[in-house]
Design a protein around this ligand. Structure first.
Ligand code: ZN
Length: 199
């Protein structure tokens, strides 16, 4: 007998693979979708399925955008000569929420992690150096996370950018060790930015 499988269990197993979603939340979401009008489930599925096609990395700074140039790079009010270097696009959102920074961003999309396959040879250093030279950047703020890889990346960048004539600083601690910028409250993260120190 074909019982049609276990569609609810199947969705729950997919949902628990998402960050921050446990078994209980996954079941709530699955039953909510079942109870909602069918158009909602279709729109949700469509939105998820086409996300990667509709969003790309800004060719200049690397944040996710649906435009050729992102709104941050396109904003003439933002200082061109101050660059904040972060590991992930979501770190840009976290810093934007502090309203403590009005320069531009550079997203690495990785951290220096030789054991994880990202050594100096794989690290995208050239793109950052090209931007610094090409856009007349005078100050670089290193906002990689306060983890082992984040600190290693920060030190590596500070060394690598020496001699380029830019002031290099690191955001101050105040964000929890081993934590994610994404989960740090805006006040703490704002203070960390203001209290950055040069390296
Ligand atoms: Zn951009």
């Amino acid at each position: 007998m074909d019982d049609g499988g276990d569609p609810i269990g199947e969705l729950v197993r997919m949902l628990v693979r998402l960050p921050g979603v446990g078994e209980k939340s996954a079941r709530r979401i699955a039953f909510h979708v079942l109870g909602a009008p069918p158009e909602f489930a279709r729109a949700l599925g469509q939105s998820v399925a086409t996300l990667a096609e509709r969003v790309r990395r800004c060719a200049t700074c690397g944040v996710y955008t649906s435009r050729a140039v992102c709104t941050l790079c396109d904003d003439p009010r933002r200082a061109r000569d101050v660059l904040c270097v972060v590991a992930r696009p979501m770190d840009v959102d976290a810093i934007e929420r502090t309203r403590a920074f009005a320069g531009r961003y550079h997203v690495l999309h990785c951290l220096l992690d030789p054991l994880g396959g990202v050594g100096p040879a794989e690290f995208p250093l050239e793109a950052l150096i090209d931007r610094i030279r090409g856009e007349g950047v005078r100050e670089v703020i290193l906002a990689t996370p306060p983890t082992v890889e984040g600190e290693a990346t920060s030190l590596y960048l500070a060394e690598s950018l020496r001699g380029l004539g830019v002031a290099v600083s690191r955001i101050a601690s105040g964000v929890p060790h081993g934590g994610d910028l994404e989960f740090t409250d805006p006040i703490t993260l704002g203070r960390a930015l203001e209290g950055r120190r040069s390296l």
